[in-house]
Design a protein around this ligand. Structure first.
Ligand code: CP3
Length: 354
């Protein structure tokens, strides 16, 4: 698509939505709510739609992607949809031999640990993910005024899966590469930044009205390592999509010590997990950013009154934050009662409605 064909931005109803207003730090009619991993295993209709279809195969079917993305919007009345996919989809699309194993996560057949391995990571062309553009187009038609959030994995989190060969608690091979061969590491992250940027561009050009960069595992790093070895690649991604003017969200787990640095990477909105109170998170993030978060997802297993008490504490901590987007501190846990999520959305809307 040439610059002239680019959509001129979302329709007015979407642009004026509480979610996009909060991202821009404008006054809102109520605090907007969405949940990371809102589309997924907590919903019986999701399990039914996915029956007999593998995770990666589902991500390549625009009809399934559209249905699954819409499910939580219909059920919970959340203020934004998140595109149903996975952070490893662009890697699969360029031919990395990976699969998503149920209950495990992404598994890579041949991990990337040498210069020769790196050569296997070719650039992502829009044609590699034509089904993504198709599904985003279908979705924006169906969603009306509800914004669609596109997303991608950040270079460090993608690198962790590629270097470890699967999910990892300690990221030992990843860190061995980062400390042991800084040049190869920098080249790997730079290549991943280009792939990620290309993947986000496809989603934005097809109509996504915000994007989130998931650096889920960045919290495993010291600030100095994050700043020197990771931040430049994430900043490159944010920079590459700045021209579109859609809000960019940045999130990771256990990133209390990194929030200030993450804010400098270029996002408009920074997400925090539940370990840092939201007012303290906002202080660390610094002025000029909206803040997203941060109810502990495990709280949803408590009785309704306790959930509302904990949600009220998040809202109280967010009182002086200009631009608060209510979310969980990480994704919805698979065994969460969907009704607890629906009630939480209604609670936040009522408690903050003006
Ligand atoms: O948020 C949404 O509702 C949109 C869908 C979404 C998925 N993955 C679907 C999915 C999003 C935004 C992601 C991002 C993702 N994927 C991240 C970043 C967010 C985070 O949780 O920190 C990460 C680290 C991954 C990698 C990944 N993929 C993991 C850890 C898993 C879970 C493994 C498991 O089964 O416990 C997956 C698989 C996955 N991605 C599922 C879904 C719905 C489960 C697949 C299934 O239903 O079997």
């Amino acid at each position: 698509m040439s610059a002239n064909d680019r959509p001129t931005g979302p329709p007015t109803a979407t642009r004026d939505s509480a979610f996009l207003k909060a991202c821009r730090r404008e006054p809102v009619p109520h605090t907007p709510v969405w949940f990371m991993r809102q589309a997924g295993r907590s919903l019986p209709e999701y399990r039914k739609a996915r029956e007999g279809t593998g995770m990666l195969e589902s991500c390549m079917r625009p009809d399934l992607v559209t249905e699954i993305t819409l499910q939580p919007v219909r059920r919970h009345r959340v203020d934004a949809a998140i595109y149903f996919s996975d952070i490893v989809v662009p890697l699969k699309a360029i031919g990395v031999d990976l699969d998503i194993k149920p209950g495990v996560g992404p598994v890579v057949e041949r991990p990337i640990r040498s210069r020769a391995d790196l050569d296997r990571l070719r650039p992502l062309e829009p044609a590699d993910v034509a089904y993504v553009a198709e599904a985003v187009g279908m979705l924006t038609g169906e969603l009306g005024g509800t914004p669609l959030i596109g997303f991608a994995g950040a270079p460090f989190t993608l690198a962790s899966y590629l270097v470890e060969g699967g999910p990892s608690k300690n990221h030992e091979h990843t860190k061995a590469l980062m400390y042991g061969d800084p040049q190869l590491w920098a080249d790997l992250l730079d290549r991943l930044a280009e792939i990620t940027a290309a993947f986000l561009r496809v989603q934005i050009e097809a109509g996504a009205s915000a994007v989130q960069l998931f650096d889920s595992w960045a919290g495993a790093l010291r600030p100095r390592d994050y700043r020197e070895s990771v931040l430049p690649a994430s900043a490159k991604v944010f920079d590459a999509v700045a021209e579109y003017g859609v809000p960019r969200i940045h999130f990771g787990v256990g990133t209390g010590e990194l929030l200030g640095l993450m804010a400098t990477a270029g996002a408009d909105v920074v997400g925090a997990d539940w370990r840092v109170p939201l007012d303290e998170a906002a202080r660390r993030i610094g002025p000029g950013h909206a803040v997203q978060g941060n109810l502990d997802p495990a709280v949803l297993f408590a009785p309704r009154e306790a959930v509302e008490e904990q949600a009220a504490q998040v809202l109280e901590a967010a009182r002086d934050v200009h631009g608060h987007i209510f979310n969980l501190g990480h994704g919805v846990l698979p065994d969460t009662d969907p009704d607890a999520l629906t009630r939480l959305v209604a609670y936040v809307h009522e408690a903050t409605g003006r």
